[in-house]
Design a protein around this ligand. Structure first.
Ligand SMILES: [Zn+2]
Length: 45
C-alpha cells in the first residue's frame, strides 16, 4: 500500500510537486522542491 506523503511545510503532495525525503531533527520528513530552499537557507525563526 502506498502511503500518502505531504510536504512538512506546506502539505503539498507528490501528485503536485516533487517531494524529497529529508531527516529533520532526527525524524524523516517530506519536503517539496519549493520549500526545500527555505530549509537550506535556514528559515525557521
Ligand atoms: Zn512545501
Amino acid at each position: 500500500m502506498a502511503e500518502k506523503h505531504g510536504c512538512v511545510q506546506c502539505g503539498t503532495g507528490s501528485e503536485e510537486r516533487l517531494l524529497i525525503q529529508c531527516e529533520l531533527k532526527g525524524k524523516l520528513e517530506w519536503v517539496c522542491a519549493r520549500c526545500l530552499p527555505m530549509f537550506i537557507h535556514g528559515g525557521g525563526h
